[in-house]
Design a binder for this molecule. Structure first.
Ligand code: ARG
Length: 461
Protein backbone atom coordinates (compact mmCIF):
# COMPACT_ATOMS: atom_id res chain seq x y z
CA UNK A 1 0.00 0.00 0.00
CA UNK A 2 1.41 3.30 -1.02
CA UNK A 3 -0.99 5.61 0.68
CA UNK A 4 -2.84 5.86 3.93
CA UNK A 5 -6.11 6.69 2.18
CA UNK A 6 -6.19 3.31 0.58
CA UNK A 7 -5.77 1.62 3.92
CA UNK A 8 -8.36 3.81 5.65
CA UNK A 9 -11.38 3.43 3.39
CA UNK A 10 -13.37 0.31 4.20
CA UNK A 11 -14.13 0.00 0.51
CA UNK A 12 -10.57 0.85 -0.58
CA UNK A 13 -9.70 -2.64 -1.83
CA UNK A 14 -10.45 -2.17 -5.51
CA UNK A 15 -9.17 1.42 -5.80
CA UNK A 16 -5.88 2.39 -7.33
CA UNK A 17 -5.59 5.92 -5.98
CA UNK A 18 -6.78 7.88 -2.98
CA UNK A 19 -10.08 9.74 -3.05
CA UNK A 20 -9.75 13.30 -4.25
CA UNK A 21 -10.00 15.71 -1.30
CA UNK A 22 -12.78 17.63 -2.98
CA UNK A 23 -14.75 14.45 -3.55
CA UNK A 24 -14.26 13.48 0.05
CA UNK A 25 -15.64 16.79 1.25
CA UNK A 26 -18.45 16.75 -1.29
CA UNK A 27 -19.70 13.26 -0.51
CA UNK A 28 -19.31 13.36 3.25
CA UNK A 29 -22.48 13.51 5.34
CA UNK A 30 -20.73 13.32 8.68
CA UNK A 31 -21.33 16.94 9.61
CA UNK A 32 -25.08 16.32 9.69
CA UNK A 33 -25.61 12.58 10.10
CA UNK A 34 -23.47 12.52 13.26
CA UNK A 35 -26.65 13.45 15.05
CA UNK A 36 -27.77 9.85 14.40
CA UNK A 37 -24.91 8.37 16.41
CA UNK A 38 -26.98 6.94 19.27
CA UNK A 39 -29.32 5.19 16.84
CA UNK A 40 -26.46 3.92 14.71
CA UNK A 41 -24.87 2.38 17.80
CA UNK A 42 -28.17 1.05 19.16
CA UNK A 43 -28.76 -0.65 15.80
CA UNK A 44 -25.22 -2.06 15.69
CA UNK A 45 -25.53 -3.46 19.20
CA UNK A 46 -28.71 -5.32 18.22
CA UNK A 47 -27.11 -6.54 14.98
CA UNK A 48 -23.98 -7.79 16.79
CA UNK A 49 -26.06 -9.63 19.38
CA UNK A 50 -28.07 -11.32 16.67
CA UNK A 51 -24.86 -12.32 14.80
CA UNK A 52 -23.62 -13.91 18.05
CA UNK A 53 -26.87 -15.78 18.69
CA UNK A 54 -26.92 -17.09 15.16
CA UNK A 55 -23.32 -18.30 15.41
CA UNK A 56 -22.21 -16.04 12.53
CA UNK A 57 -19.68 -14.66 14.99
CA UNK A 58 -18.89 -16.18 18.39
CA UNK A 59 -20.74 -15.06 21.51
CA UNK A 60 -17.42 -13.75 22.86
CA UNK A 61 -16.84 -11.69 19.73
CA UNK A 62 -20.35 -10.28 20.00
CA UNK A 63 -19.67 -9.27 23.60
CA UNK A 64 -16.39 -7.60 22.63
CA UNK A 65 -18.12 -5.68 19.84
CA UNK A 66 -21.01 -4.57 22.07
CA UNK A 67 -18.59 -3.42 24.79
CA UNK A 68 -16.55 -1.52 22.18
CA UNK A 69 -19.68 0.14 20.79
CA UNK A 70 -20.67 1.21 24.30
CA UNK A 71 -17.23 2.78 24.72
CA UNK A 72 -17.58 4.68 21.44
CA UNK A 73 -21.03 5.84 22.54
CA UNK A 74 -19.70 7.09 25.87
CA UNK A 75 -16.90 8.99 24.10
CA UNK A 76 -19.28 10.70 21.69
CA UNK A 77 -21.68 11.59 24.49
CA UNK A 78 -18.84 12.97 26.57
CA UNK A 79 -17.72 15.10 23.63
CA UNK A 80 -14.24 13.57 23.53
CA UNK A 81 -14.76 11.61 20.32
CA UNK A 82 -12.63 12.82 17.40
CA UNK A 83 -14.81 13.11 14.30
CA UNK A 84 -12.45 13.14 11.31
CA UNK A 85 -13.47 14.98 8.19
CA UNK A 86 -12.26 12.14 5.97
CA UNK A 87 -14.84 9.76 7.44
CA UNK A 88 -17.60 9.54 4.90
CA UNK A 89 -20.52 9.20 7.28
CA UNK A 90 -21.52 8.35 10.83
CA UNK A 91 -21.55 4.60 10.07
CA UNK A 92 -17.93 4.58 8.97
CA UNK A 93 -16.79 6.91 11.73
CA UNK A 94 -18.24 4.60 14.35
CA UNK A 95 -17.02 1.38 12.74
CA UNK A 96 -13.52 2.76 12.41
CA UNK A 97 -13.47 3.94 16.02
CA UNK A 98 -14.73 0.53 17.09
CA UNK A 99 -11.90 -1.27 15.29
CA UNK A 100 -9.35 1.13 16.75
CA UNK A 101 -10.60 0.22 20.21
CA UNK A 102 -11.13 -3.55 19.93
CA UNK A 103 -8.95 -4.52 16.99
CA UNK A 104 -9.74 -6.67 13.96
CA UNK A 105 -12.81 -8.29 15.52
CA UNK A 106 -14.52 -4.92 14.90
CA UNK A 107 -14.45 -5.83 11.22
CA UNK A 108 -16.91 -8.65 11.92
CA UNK A 109 -19.77 -6.31 12.81
CA UNK A 110 -20.77 -5.42 9.27
CA UNK A 111 -21.52 -9.04 8.24
CA UNK A 112 -24.92 -9.33 6.57
CA UNK A 113 -25.43 -5.57 6.60
CA UNK A 114 -24.93 -2.65 4.24
CA UNK A 115 -24.94 1.04 4.93
CA UNK A 116 -28.06 1.11 2.78
CA UNK A 117 -30.18 -0.79 5.28
CA UNK A 118 -28.18 0.67 8.17
CA UNK A 119 -29.10 4.26 7.30
CA UNK A 120 -32.74 3.25 6.82
CA UNK A 121 -32.65 1.81 10.33
CA UNK A 122 -30.97 4.87 11.81
CA UNK A 123 -33.53 7.27 10.33
CA UNK A 124 -36.41 5.10 11.49
CA UNK A 125 -35.07 4.90 15.04
CA UNK A 126 -34.40 8.63 15.06
CA UNK A 127 -37.79 9.58 13.66
CA UNK A 128 -39.61 7.24 16.00
CA UNK A 129 -38.06 9.03 18.97
CA UNK A 130 -38.65 12.50 17.53
CA UNK A 131 -42.30 11.78 16.70
CA UNK A 132 -42.67 10.86 20.37
CA UNK A 133 -41.40 14.32 21.31
CA UNK A 134 -43.57 16.03 18.69
CA UNK A 135 -46.62 14.26 20.16
CA UNK A 136 -45.70 15.47 23.64
CA UNK A 137 -45.34 19.07 22.46
CA UNK A 138 -48.64 18.93 20.57
CA UNK A 139 -50.35 17.62 23.70
CA UNK A 140 -48.92 20.55 25.68
CA UNK A 141 -50.08 23.08 23.11
CA UNK A 142 -53.54 21.52 22.98
CA UNK A 143 -53.72 21.76 26.76
CA UNK A 144 -52.68 25.42 26.47
CA UNK A 145 -55.49 26.22 24.04
CA UNK A 146 -57.97 24.36 26.23
CA UNK A 147 -56.89 26.21 29.38
CA UNK A 148 -57.11 29.54 27.57
CA UNK A 149 -60.56 28.66 26.21
CA UNK A 150 -61.70 27.90 29.74
CA UNK A 151 -60.22 31.09 31.14
CA UNK A 152 -61.77 33.27 28.43
CA UNK A 153 -65.15 31.55 28.35
CA UNK A 154 -67.92 34.08 27.84
CA UNK A 155 -65.79 36.59 25.90
CA UNK A 156 -67.38 37.52 22.59
CA UNK A 157 -65.41 38.35 19.46
CA UNK A 158 -66.32 39.08 15.87
CA UNK A 159 -66.02 36.00 13.71
CA UNK A 160 -64.65 36.79 10.25
CA UNK A 161 -65.00 35.45 6.76
CA UNK A 162 -63.03 37.17 3.99
CA UNK A 163 -61.53 39.15 6.89
CA UNK A 164 -64.87 40.99 7.02
CA UNK A 165 -66.92 40.89 10.19
CA UNK A 166 -69.38 38.03 9.77
CA UNK A 167 -71.05 36.80 12.96
CA UNK A 168 -70.35 37.06 16.66
CA UNK A 169 -68.65 34.03 18.21
CA UNK A 170 -67.10 33.15 21.53
CA UNK A 171 -63.35 33.68 21.79
CA UNK A 172 -63.26 30.19 23.35
CA UNK A 173 -64.91 28.79 20.25
CA UNK A 174 -62.13 30.32 18.17
CA UNK A 175 -59.45 28.93 20.50
CA UNK A 176 -60.94 25.44 20.49
CA UNK A 177 -60.82 25.47 16.69
CA UNK A 178 -57.04 25.20 17.09
CA UNK A 179 -57.48 22.34 19.54
CA UNK A 180 -59.31 20.48 16.75
CA UNK A 181 -56.57 21.19 14.20
CA UNK A 182 -53.90 20.00 16.62
CA UNK A 183 -55.89 16.85 17.38
CA UNK A 184 -55.85 16.03 13.66
CA UNK A 185 -52.11 16.73 13.53
CA UNK A 186 -51.63 14.37 16.44
CA UNK A 187 -53.58 11.65 14.64
CA UNK A 188 -51.52 12.16 11.48
CA UNK A 189 -48.22 11.79 13.37
CA UNK A 190 -49.48 8.68 15.14
CA UNK A 191 -50.51 7.19 11.83
CA UNK A 192 -47.16 8.07 10.25
CA UNK A 193 -45.46 6.35 13.18
CA UNK A 194 -46.96 3.02 12.08
CA UNK A 195 -45.00 3.19 8.83
CA UNK A 196 -41.85 4.49 10.52
CA UNK A 197 -41.95 1.62 12.99
CA UNK A 198 -40.87 -1.14 10.59
CA UNK A 199 -37.45 -2.82 10.92
CA UNK A 200 -35.39 -2.59 7.71
CA UNK A 201 -32.13 -4.34 8.68
CA UNK A 202 -31.46 -7.48 6.67
CA UNK A 203 -32.30 -5.83 3.36
CA UNK A 204 -28.52 -5.31 3.19
CA UNK A 205 -27.39 -3.53 -0.01
CA UNK A 206 -30.62 -4.32 -1.89
CA UNK A 207 -31.04 -8.10 -2.20
CA UNK A 208 -30.85 -9.30 1.38
CA UNK A 209 -28.04 -11.54 2.61
CA UNK A 210 -27.06 -15.18 2.24
CA UNK A 211 -25.94 -15.29 5.87
CA UNK A 212 -28.35 -16.99 8.30
CA UNK A 213 -29.40 -13.79 10.08
CA UNK A 214 -32.54 -13.51 12.26
CA UNK A 215 -34.42 -10.35 11.41
CA UNK A 216 -37.19 -10.94 13.95
CA UNK A 217 -34.59 -11.11 16.69
CA UNK A 218 -33.20 -7.69 15.68
CA UNK A 219 -36.75 -6.31 15.51
CA UNK A 220 -37.46 -7.60 19.00
CA UNK A 221 -34.24 -6.15 20.42
CA UNK A 222 -35.07 -2.74 18.92
CA UNK A 223 -38.81 -2.87 19.78
CA UNK A 224 -40.08 -2.88 16.22
CA UNK A 225 -43.51 -4.51 15.83
CA UNK A 226 -42.79 -5.51 12.21
CA UNK A 227 -39.99 -6.24 9.74
CA UNK A 228 -39.98 -4.93 6.17
CA UNK A 229 -41.09 -7.39 3.50
CA UNK A 230 -39.13 -6.49 0.38
CA UNK A 231 -35.43 -5.74 0.48
CA UNK A 232 -35.43 -3.66 -2.70
CA UNK A 233 -38.24 -1.47 -1.40
CA UNK A 234 -36.62 -1.28 2.02
CA UNK A 235 -33.36 0.37 0.94
CA UNK A 236 -35.04 2.92 -1.30
CA UNK A 237 -38.16 3.73 0.74
CA UNK A 238 -38.33 7.22 2.18
CA UNK A 239 -42.13 7.50 2.08
CA UNK A 240 -42.20 7.71 5.85
CA UNK A 241 -39.89 10.74 5.79
CA UNK A 242 -42.07 12.49 3.22
CA UNK A 243 -45.17 11.66 5.25
CA UNK A 244 -43.61 13.07 8.36
CA UNK A 245 -42.63 16.32 6.64
CA UNK A 246 -46.11 16.61 5.16
CA UNK A 247 -47.71 16.13 8.58
CA UNK A 248 -45.26 18.72 9.91
CA UNK A 249 -46.20 21.10 7.09
CA UNK A 250 -49.87 20.93 8.00
CA UNK A 251 -49.10 21.40 11.69
CA UNK A 252 -46.92 24.43 10.89
CA UNK A 253 -49.70 25.78 8.66
CA UNK A 254 -52.08 25.59 11.61
CA UNK A 255 -49.63 27.40 13.86
CA UNK A 256 -49.04 30.03 11.20
CA UNK A 257 -52.76 30.77 10.95
CA UNK A 258 -53.05 31.35 14.67
CA UNK A 259 -49.91 33.50 14.54
CA UNK A 260 -51.30 35.58 11.70
CA UNK A 261 -54.45 36.35 13.70
CA UNK A 262 -52.35 37.14 16.74
CA UNK A 263 -50.23 39.55 14.71
CA UNK A 264 -53.37 41.30 13.43
CA UNK A 265 -55.03 41.35 16.83
CA UNK A 266 -51.92 42.91 18.39
CA UNK A 267 -52.13 45.94 16.10
CA UNK A 268 -53.37 49.26 17.39
CA UNK A 269 -56.15 49.01 14.79
CA UNK A 270 -57.54 45.75 16.22
CA UNK A 271 -56.27 45.90 19.79
CA UNK A 272 -57.94 42.60 20.67
CA UNK A 273 -54.90 40.83 22.10
CA UNK A 274 -51.67 41.61 23.80
CA UNK A 275 -48.64 39.35 23.92
CA UNK A 276 -46.60 39.55 27.14
CA UNK A 277 -43.41 41.64 26.88
CA UNK A 278 -41.23 38.57 27.41
CA UNK A 279 -42.57 37.12 24.17
CA UNK A 280 -42.12 40.18 21.99
CA UNK A 281 -39.15 42.18 20.74
CA UNK A 282 -38.37 45.84 20.24
CA UNK A 283 -37.04 47.99 17.44
CA UNK A 284 -33.45 49.20 17.36
CA UNK A 285 -34.63 52.57 16.09
CA UNK A 286 -38.21 53.22 17.16
CA UNK A 287 -38.40 53.31 20.96
CA UNK A 288 -42.15 52.82 21.14
CA UNK A 289 -42.25 49.52 19.24
CA UNK A 290 -43.30 46.16 20.59
CA UNK A 291 -43.25 43.58 17.83
CA UNK A 292 -44.78 40.09 17.60
CA UNK A 293 -41.59 38.57 16.14
CA UNK A 294 -42.17 35.09 17.56
CA UNK A 295 -45.50 34.84 15.77
CA UNK A 296 -43.96 36.25 12.60
CA UNK A 297 -41.09 33.76 12.72
CA UNK A 298 -43.44 30.81 13.13
CA UNK A 299 -45.34 32.12 10.10
CA UNK A 300 -42.08 32.45 8.18
CA UNK A 301 -40.66 29.10 9.25
CA UNK A 302 -43.78 27.43 7.89
CA UNK A 303 -42.46 28.34 4.46
CA UNK A 304 -39.14 26.66 5.28
CA UNK A 305 -40.89 23.43 6.24
CA UNK A 306 -42.92 23.47 3.00
CA UNK A 307 -39.60 23.91 1.19
CA UNK A 308 -38.25 20.82 2.94
CA UNK A 309 -41.25 18.82 1.73
CA UNK A 310 -40.78 19.94 -1.85
CA UNK A 311 -37.04 19.23 -1.61
CA UNK A 312 -37.60 15.68 -0.48
CA UNK A 313 -40.36 14.90 -2.97
CA UNK A 314 -38.14 16.23 -5.73
CA UNK A 315 -35.17 14.16 -4.56
CA UNK A 316 -37.34 11.02 -4.63
CA UNK A 317 -38.98 11.68 -7.99
CA UNK A 318 -37.85 9.32 -10.74
CA UNK A 319 -35.07 7.67 -8.70
CA UNK A 320 -34.18 4.38 -10.35
CA UNK A 321 -34.51 1.34 -8.12
CA UNK A 322 -32.98 0.88 -5.60
CA UNK A 323 -30.60 2.82 -3.33
CA UNK A 324 -29.00 5.90 -4.88
CA UNK A 325 -26.75 8.34 -3.14
CA UNK A 326 -29.35 11.06 -3.77
CA UNK A 327 -31.08 9.59 -0.73
CA UNK A 328 -28.39 11.04 1.49
CA UNK A 329 -30.05 14.40 0.77
CA UNK A 330 -33.10 13.34 2.79
CA UNK A 331 -31.50 14.09 6.12
CA UNK A 332 -31.02 17.84 6.17
CA UNK A 333 -34.65 18.61 5.24
CA UNK A 334 -35.80 16.04 7.79
CA UNK A 335 -33.61 17.32 10.62
CA UNK A 336 -34.52 20.91 9.86
CA UNK A 337 -38.21 20.02 9.88
CA UNK A 338 -37.96 18.22 13.22
CA UNK A 339 -36.06 21.14 14.79
CA UNK A 340 -38.35 23.81 13.36
CA UNK A 341 -41.59 22.07 14.25
CA UNK A 342 -40.52 21.19 17.79
CA UNK A 343 -39.21 24.68 18.53
CA UNK A 344 -42.35 26.31 17.11
CA UNK A 345 -44.70 24.07 19.12
CA UNK A 346 -42.79 24.74 22.31
CA UNK A 347 -42.46 28.51 22.00
CA UNK A 348 -46.11 28.88 21.01
CA UNK A 349 -47.24 26.82 24.00
CA UNK A 350 -45.24 29.13 26.27
CA UNK A 351 -46.52 32.25 24.51
CA UNK A 352 -50.23 31.48 24.63
CA UNK A 353 -49.93 31.13 28.39
CA UNK A 354 -48.92 34.79 28.38
CA UNK A 355 -51.70 36.23 26.20
CA UNK A 356 -54.27 38.71 27.36
CA UNK A 357 -57.41 39.79 25.55
CA UNK A 358 -59.28 43.08 25.54
CA UNK A 359 -62.78 41.68 26.00
CA UNK A 360 -64.46 45.09 25.75
CA UNK A 361 -62.84 45.91 22.47
CA UNK A 362 -63.59 42.46 21.08
CA UNK A 363 -67.23 42.61 22.05
CA UNK A 364 -67.54 46.13 20.65
CA UNK A 365 -65.94 44.85 17.46
CA UNK A 366 -68.48 42.03 17.36
CA UNK A 367 -71.33 44.53 17.59
CA UNK A 368 -70.22 46.37 14.46
CA UNK A 369 -70.83 45.36 10.88
CA UNK A 370 -74.51 44.38 11.39
CA UNK A 371 -73.22 41.05 12.65
CA UNK A 372 -76.64 39.85 13.81
CA UNK A 373 -78.34 40.38 10.43
CA UNK A 374 -78.44 36.60 9.85
CA UNK A 375 -80.23 36.22 13.18
CA UNK A 376 -82.97 38.56 11.97
CA UNK A 377 -83.31 36.55 8.76
CA UNK A 378 -83.51 33.33 10.76
CA UNK A 379 -86.18 34.98 12.96
CA UNK A 380 -88.28 35.50 9.82
CA UNK A 381 -87.68 31.88 8.76
CA UNK A 382 -89.16 30.80 12.06
CA UNK A 383 -92.17 33.03 11.21
CA UNK A 384 -92.61 30.92 8.07
CA UNK A 385 -90.86 33.02 5.42
CA UNK A 386 -88.65 31.39 2.79
CA UNK A 387 -85.01 32.11 3.68
CA UNK A 388 -84.33 33.89 0.39
CA UNK A 389 -87.19 36.32 0.99
CA UNK A 390 -86.04 36.89 4.59
CA UNK A 391 -82.51 37.56 3.33
CA UNK A 392 -83.84 40.27 0.97
CA UNK A 393 -85.92 41.93 3.68
CA UNK A 394 -83.04 42.12 6.14
CA UNK A 395 -80.70 43.32 3.38
CA UNK A 396 -83.01 46.28 2.83
CA UNK A 397 -83.12 47.00 6.56
CA UNK A 398 -79.29 46.99 6.65
CA UNK A 399 -79.13 49.39 3.69
CA UNK A 400 -81.58 51.65 5.54
CA UNK A 401 -79.33 51.57 8.63
CA UNK A 402 -76.25 52.44 6.56
CA UNK A 403 -78.03 55.39 4.92
CA UNK A 404 -79.31 56.72 8.24
CA UNK A 405 -76.24 55.88 10.31
CA UNK A 406 -78.13 53.43 12.54
CA UNK A 407 -77.59 49.92 13.85
CA UNK A 408 -80.04 46.99 13.81
CA UNK A 409 -80.32 47.10 17.61
CA UNK A 410 -81.12 50.82 17.32
CA UNK A 411 -84.18 50.33 15.08
CA UNK A 412 -87.70 50.50 16.53
CA UNK A 413 -90.34 47.87 15.83
CA UNK A 414 -92.08 50.46 13.69
CA UNK A 415 -88.99 50.92 11.56
CA UNK A 416 -88.58 47.13 11.19
CA UNK A 417 -92.22 46.83 10.12
CA UNK A 418 -91.55 49.14 7.17
CA UNK A 419 -89.57 46.25 5.66
CA UNK A 420 -91.95 43.48 6.73
CA UNK A 421 -95.19 43.93 8.68
CA UNK A 422 -94.88 40.54 10.38
CA UNK A 423 -92.06 41.61 12.72
CA UNK A 424 -93.12 41.36 16.34
CA UNK A 425 -91.79 42.32 19.75
CA UNK A 426 -90.03 38.97 20.22
CA UNK A 427 -87.61 40.12 17.51
CA UNK A 428 -85.70 41.95 20.22
CA UNK A 429 -84.68 38.62 21.76
CA UNK A 430 -82.35 37.90 18.87
CA UNK A 431 -80.61 41.19 18.11
CA UNK A 432 -77.71 41.45 20.55
CA UNK A 433 -74.42 39.67 20.00
CA UNK A 434 -74.84 37.58 23.12
CA UNK A 435 -78.31 36.46 22.06
CA UNK A 436 -76.88 35.61 18.67
CA UNK A 437 -74.04 33.54 20.14
CA UNK A 438 -76.27 31.71 22.59
CA UNK A 439 -78.83 30.86 19.92
CA UNK A 440 -76.25 28.58 18.25
CA UNK A 441 -76.92 25.60 20.45
CA UNK A 442 -76.22 22.86 17.93
CA UNK A 443 -73.23 20.51 18.07
CA UNK A 444 -70.22 22.49 16.90
CA UNK A 445 -72.04 25.80 17.47
CA UNK A 446 -70.73 28.76 19.42
CA UNK A 447 -73.34 28.97 22.24
CA UNK A 448 -71.73 29.30 25.66
CA UNK A 449 -73.60 26.22 26.81
CA UNK A 450 -72.10 24.18 23.96
CA UNK A 451 -68.58 25.52 24.49
CA UNK A 452 -68.71 24.76 28.18
CA UNK A 453 -69.89 21.26 27.41
CA UNK A 454 -67.03 20.79 24.94
CA UNK A 455 -64.46 22.12 27.42
CA UNK A 456 -65.70 19.69 30.07
CA UNK A 457 -65.58 16.86 27.52
CA UNK A 458 -61.99 17.68 26.50
CA UNK A 459 -60.88 18.12 30.10
CA UNK A 460 -62.25 14.68 30.85
CA UNK A 461 -59.97 13.01 28.29
N1 ARG B 1 -24.62 8.36 4.02
C1 ARG B 1 -25.45 7.50 3.26
C2 ARG B 1 -26.88 8.02 3.26
O1 ARG B 1 -27.16 8.90 3.99
C3 ARG B 1 -25.42 6.14 3.84
C4 ARG B 1 -25.57 5.04 2.84
C5 ARG B 1 -24.44 5.08 1.91
N2 ARG B 1 -24.46 3.98 1.03
C6 ARG B 1 -23.67 3.91 -0.03
N3 ARG B 1 -23.73 2.89 -0.74
N4 ARG B 1 -22.86 4.89 -0.36
O2 ARG B 1 -27.73 7.59 2.52
Amino acid sequence: MTNIEKKEKPWGGRFGEPTDRQVEAFTSSLHFDRRLFRYDIEGSVAHARMLGRQGIITKGEARTIVAGLRKVFADIEAGVFQFRPDDEDIHMAIEKALTERIGDVGGKLHAGRSRNDQIALDIRLYLRAEIGRVLEFIAELKAGFLALAKKECGAIMPGYTHLQKAQPVLLSHYLLAFWEMLARDEARFRDCLKRVNVMPLGAAALAGTGLPIDRTCVARLLHFPAVSQNSMDTVSDRDFVAEFIFAASLAMMHLSRFCEDLILWSTDEFGYAEIADAFTTGSSMMPQKKNPDVAELIRGKTGRVYGNLVSLLTILKGLPMTYNRDLQEDKEPLFDTVDTLQASLQVLAAMIGRLSFNRKKMEKGAEGGFSTATDVAEYLVMKGLPFREAHGIVGKAVAYCIRNNKTLTGLTLKEFRKFYPGFEKDLFACLTVRQSVNARKITGGTAEEMIQKRIAELEGR
